[in-house]
Design a protein around this ligand. Structure first.
Ligand code: NAD
Length: 295
């Protein structure tokens, strides 16, 4: 069993860290929000007073933080975890962040001789609690092999997407598909309603036709056809519009840097920005259908 330092015990990190405790590891958790630390300790975790304390004398450091700036702050610089970590410590960052930050941190880790992976996740809070997350992993073969057993204790599907930063690349490409497809499915339901088509009939047809996709069959934005979808609970999240907007903006930033033409991704970011600004940032992203219907 390993000694693990876990930094960022929020909606996702909290239950992920608990799953590592359940797997038998000694996990020291830290979060700047005291409530998150208290929750973790109530679930059997050890607590630390700072990120440095959580990361001292451990075999593995896992971070689950809001954005690239937090990840750079924690890992880089004279007082950062990379400078402080003992030789042989494995670094796993599961936050969803920009590809450039992921690669900058990975290259600092490499310069210090530490193995690191970027391992963002898909599957939401339910997946974090149930240990069924999908991990998209960027890093060397050696780093991936060392990280995989730990990721398997927090997730079900673990895919090595390539070198450093490629986990983040996969995550934003996937979520760009999701943002665009959720708008597409929602527009079709709104048009169908205005043409007098019963939403259940459209579902019965499209879920078995060429319009079929995850946004239709697993996360349907109208209540009824998929009982587990947030549409059935007034669009309580789930995955918030703010999170979707964050990922679509990361995709647009990456597209600009890489010179990729992504006009639908750009439109999706604009539409989600307007939806979030309409007071619905904390609502599930599939609630975009209400925003479209009201226009
Ligand atoms: P969250 O805001 O609930 O948790 C982030 C935690 O990090 C907070 O508890 C915050 O206090 C803590 N934190 C911030 N700065 C810190 C620091 N310097 N030191 C220690 N702790 C610090 O967010 P979340 O929903 O857990 O998401 C975490 C990451 O996972 C994000 O990058 C998000 O995009 C990604 N993600 C979230 C979901 C989801 O459904 N919530 C799904 C996939 C990926």
């Amino acid at each position: 069993m390993a000694r693990i330092g876990f930094i960022g015990l929020g909606n996702m990190g909290g239950p992920m860290a608990v799953n590592l405790v359940k797997a038998g590891h000694t996990v020291a958790g830290f979060d700047v929000t005291p409530d998150a630390v208290t929750r973790f300790s109530g679930a059997g975790g050890a607590t630390a007073k700072s990120a440095a304390e959580a990361a001292a004398n451990v075999d593995v450091i896992v971070t689950m933080l809001p954005a690239g700036a937090h990840v750079r702050d924690i890992y880089l610089g004279d007082k950062g975890l990379i400078a402080q970590a003992k030789p042989g410590t494995l670094l796993i960052d599961s936050s969803t962040i920009d590809v450039d930050s992921a690669r900058a941190v990975a290259s600092a880790a490499q310069a210090k001789g530490l193995l690191m992976v970027d391992a963002p996740v898909s599957g939401g809070v339910g997946g974090a609690q149930g240990g069924t997350l999908t991990f998209m992993v960027g890093g060397s073969d050696e780093a991936f092999a060392k990280a995989k057993p730990f990721l398997e204790q927090m997730g079900k599907t673990i895919v090595h997407a390539g070198g450093p930063g490629n986990g983040q690349a996969a995550k934003i490409c996937n979520n760009m598909i999701l943002g665009i497809s959720m708008i597409g499915v929602s527009e079709a339901f709104v048009l169908g309603e205005k043409l007098g088509l019963d939403p259940q009939k459209l579902f019965d047809i499209s879920s078995k036709s060429s319009g079929q996709c995850w946004s239709m069959t697993s996360y349907c934005p109208v209540p009824g056809p998929v009982p587990t979808s947030p549409a059935n609970r007034d669009y309580a999240p789930g995955f918030t519009a703010a999170m979707m907007l964050k990922d679509l903006r990361l995709a647009q930033d990456a597209a600009k840097t890489a010179g990729a033409h992504t006009p639908l991704g750009a439109d999706a970011a604009k539409i989600y920005a307007a939806y979030a600004e309409s007071g619905e940032a904390g609502r599930d992203f599939s609630g975009i259908i209400r925003y479209l219907r009201e226009r």
